[in-house]
Write a protein that binds this ligand. Structure first.
Ligand SMILES: [Zn+2]
Length: 557
């Protein structure tokens, strides 16, 4: 008797080959048999009219903190995601000495917009080393986790405060290498680094003080294990991005490692930069290098209120300073101050083109309710005042709870994004799930891939789309026995309706520890999600108590 049989489905097996009709039998967490099956099973899932695919793998997340209070990384699983990669962009929660916890929380707060209170109330700090951290998250996992170790964290551990000042000495370099080995042996999937991120004091994060020699020495250790290097490149500068592609290609060839850079975006003003990056990648791939550009599926939409220091304001030092360092009352006071108003309006004026795009998306008073959905520029006209003044006035009227949306900031040309996503050299990822929780919803990129780029734009076949978020990812990231529906493989399976799968509308919920809020999206058209051979989520009944998630690829024997 099998544990579970999925019957009557159309298998899109992750290989990219055409879908076919078959049943799948699962026992002991693995796919035992595929074919026409009449044997008995303890549990049967009827997939009539549905697609049965390998579970989706999200290679770019910042679920590090959420994992500590929610082993399913909700709502990732209900969107069909069965494996996530946290620890991107040089930041991970281990290795981490007790004395650096505040520093880490500050960096997460600054870079990923994860509130301090969420850490205060949601995290019990009972680990320091990477192996301890792996044991810690294993206790309560619904989803599979393939954790990167952050370069900044390695440096903080070995160098202390000097990590934020200089490159490593030869002696420190040896210790950094040994520490990276320890992390990889405990189950890290690779290492992440960043060329752009700033810490809570707006200084470069520790990894940005490393020199090329240090990165090379650490890549050599990745090479001993064949593990991946992830970087955040200077995505706003095309020429520098191309230089980073060269650097990654060299490291890949020299050390025999896969590398990936994120994010690669189609800018609002065209594909010039992206075309340059892709052309250079093509040249390097022809020589045998592995350089995977990560491209996200969704357009860039950013929401904000005055309550949280949105990265949108980073080019406005006075505004950003008030929001970043002020309490609620400080922010209200600063923006209510008639004397300061002209200075604040003047600083914001340089970004008028942006304010003109803004839409008021949410308020709490009934008197402003009728304005919701209107462009700020029209509200300003109605009120006969300036656009920045209107933004400030509304925020004060709403006790800072006026939420504004800047939609389609970039990466929104469906045809161009579709062409890019369909390129066999492009790695679909960069969701940033779990980060920027008060700026946009990072959930549902996989459903959106299918609704937008398979159904609407016809940029690729369903089989190719599924391959890109399953088998391709498992291969690029070195996750054995995942990403394919094949006998003997681990039974991570997502069952969905190919005609309706999508991301639902974005909405605001208060479910973050410390009374925090975030934007989420519900899944549409995802029926059943099986992780490690057990049903983890069903559309009708929601999450089960299943805890079959594992840390991948697992400790090195
Ligand atoms: Zn990131």
């Amino acid at each position: 008797m099998f544990d579970l049989i999925v019957k009557n489905g159309r298998l899109v097996d992750g290989s990219g080959l055409p879908a076919y009709a078959a049943d799948i039998a699962v026992s002991d967490g693995r796919i035992q048999k595929i074919g026409k099956l009449d044997e008995p099973a303890r549990q049967t899932v009827d997939a009539q009219g549905k697609v049965v695919a390998p579970g989706f793998i999200d290679p770019h997340t910042h679920f590090d903190a959420q994992l500590l209070w929610d082993g399913a990384c909700k709502p990732a699983v209900e969107h069909g995601v069965t494996t996530i990669v946290p620890g991107n962009c040089s930041l991970s929660l281990a290795p981490l000495k007790a004395e650096h916890r505040n520093k880490l929380v500050g960096m997460f707060n600054q870079i990923e917009e994860m509130p301090q209170k969420a850490f205060d109330e949601g995290v019990v700090w009972d680990w320091e080393s990477f192996p301890e951290y792996v044991e810690r998250i294993k206790r309560d996992l619904t989803i599979n986790v393939a954790p990167l170790v952050g370069h900044s964290m390695l440096r903080l551990w070995v160098m202390g405060d000097a990590a934020m000042q200089r490159s490593a000495t030869p002696e420190e370099l040896t210790r950094l290498q040994a520490l990276l080995r320890e992390c990889l042996e405990a189950g890290a999937v690779g290492m992440s680094t960043s060329y752009v991120d700033m810490d809570e004091t707006l200084q470069p994060v520790p990894c940005r003080h490393a020199d090329a020699n240090e990165l090379d020495a650490l890549a050599a250790v990745l090479g001993e294990y064949g593990r991946i290097l992830q970087i955040v490149h200077e995505f706003y500068d095309g020429d520098v991005s191309v230089a980073r592609v060269d650097e990654l290609a060299n490291l890949s060839l020299k050390h025999g490692i896969p590398t990936t850079l994120s994010p690669v975006l189609v800018n609002a003003d065209g594909t010039v930069v992206v075309d340059k990056i892709m052309a250079r990648i093509r040249e390097h791939v022809a020589t045998g290098a592995r350089v995977w550009p990560q491209v996200q599926t969704r357009p860039i939409d950013v929401s904000f209120s005055f309550e949280v220091p949105s990265l949108l304001f980073i080019r406005m030092p006075t505004w950003y300073g008030i929001m970043r360092h002020g309490t609620h009352d400080d922010i209200v006071r600063a923006f209510s101050d008639a004397q300061r108003r002209p200075e604040l309006v003047k600083e914001a004026a340089s970004l008028n083109a942006m304010w003109e795009q803004l839409v008021l998306r949410q308020v709490q008073t009934s008197s402003n309710q009728e304005l919701v959905g209107m462009k700020l520029v029209d509200i300003a006209e109605q009120r006969n005042t300036g656009i920045v003044d209107t933004m400030i006035d509304l925020s004060l009227e709403e006790d800072l709870q006026a939420h504004f949306l800047f939609a389609d900031m970039g990466h929104s040309d469906g045809q161009k994004v579709g062409e890019l996503l369909a390129d066999p050299l492009v790695h679909i990822g960069a969701s940033d799930s779990g980060a920027h929780i008060m700026s946009f919803a990072t959930f549902g990129d996989t459903g959106y891939l299918i609704s937008k780029f398979v159904r609407d734009e016809a940029a690729m076949s369903l089989e190719s789309a599924v391959k890109k978020i399953t088998y391709d990812v498992a291969n690029i990231w070195g996750l054995p026995e995942r990403g394919l529906l094949q006998e003997g493989y681990v039974a991570d399976i997502t069952i969905f309706d190919p005609d309706t799968i999508d991301r639902g509308p974005e909405y605001y919920v208060q479910d973050v520890p410390g009374a925090g809020s975030r934007y989420v999206r519900d899944a549409v058209g995802v029926d059943t999600v099986i992780i490690g051979g057990e049903i983890a989520y069903e559309q009708e009944t929601g999450y089960t108590a299943s805890k079959r998630g594992q840390v991948l690829p697992g400790a090195t024997p």
